[in-house]
Design a protein. Structure first.
Length: 166
C-alpha cells in the first residue's frame, strides 16, 4: 500500500484513521512527503516494513536557523520523521489512540543533509507490535540519502494513548 502527498496531508489533519486516532504533525513539523510502501509482513524481522521520502527544498525553515552560514538539516528532525512513520504504521494497523514517541535505543549519525540534497528516504523495520494494554510499536529505522545510510536508529518506540487534551 502507498500514501500520496495528498493522503499524507490528510493524515496530518486528523481523522484519517478515525476520530481521535493517530495523525501526523502538520505544517513545519511534517517530515514526510510520500509513503511508497507499507506492509504488515516482510522487513528485517518479518513483522512489517515501511518506506517513505521527503523532498528537500533549500527554503525549508530549518536551514535558515541551523546553522547560519552552514545550513544542515537537524538530525532530530530525521529521527522525528521515523517516529512519525511508526505512528502511521500503528494507525494503519487499526490500533486506536494518538501517537506519542516513547523512546529510542541507539542513534548513529553518519552524514548530513544539506539544502541541495534533493530528497531523502526513510525505512522502518517493525520489530514488535503490542496491542494491549496500550498499543505500542518498536522498530529500527534509517534515513538514507543517495543510497547511503545517513542516520540509523534502533528500538524506536511509539505508543498510542487515549485521553489527549484538545
Amino acid at each position: 500500500m502507498q500514501f500520496s502527498k495528498a493522503q499524507i496531508l490528510e493524515i496530518s489533519e486528523g481523522g484519517f484513521f478515525g476520530p481521535g486516532n493517530a495523525q501526523l504533525p502538520n505544517s513545519n513539523m511534517l517530515m514526510i512527503d510520500e509513503i511508497s510502501n507499507i506492509t504488515a509482513q516482510g522487513g528485517r524481522y518479518g513483522k512489517g516494513q515501511l518506506s517513505a521520502s521527503l523532498n528537500i527544498h533549500p527554503d525549508h525553515w530549518f536551514f535558515a536557523c541551523h546553522f547560519r552560514g552552514d545550513p544542515v538539516m537537524p538530525g532530530c528532525l530525521g529521527l522525528d520523521a521515523l517516529w512519525q512513520l511508526l505512528g502511521v504504521f500503528l494507525g494503519w494497523s487499526g490500533l486506536p489512540g494518538k501517537g506519542r514517541a516513547l523512546g529510542v535505543g541507539k542513534v548513529k549519525f553518519r552524514g548530513q543533509i544539506y539544502p541541495d540534497a534533493g530528497s531523502i528516504q526513510y525505512q522502518l523495520h517493525i520489530k514488535r507490535l503490542f496491542r494491549k494494554p496500550m498499543p505500542i510499536g518498536i522498530a529500527d529505522g534509517m534515513v538514507i540519502h543517495n543510497g547511503e545510510v545517513i542516520y540509523e536508529a534502533s528500538d524506536l518506540t511509539v505508543g498510542l494513548i487515549d485521553g489527549v487534551r484538545e
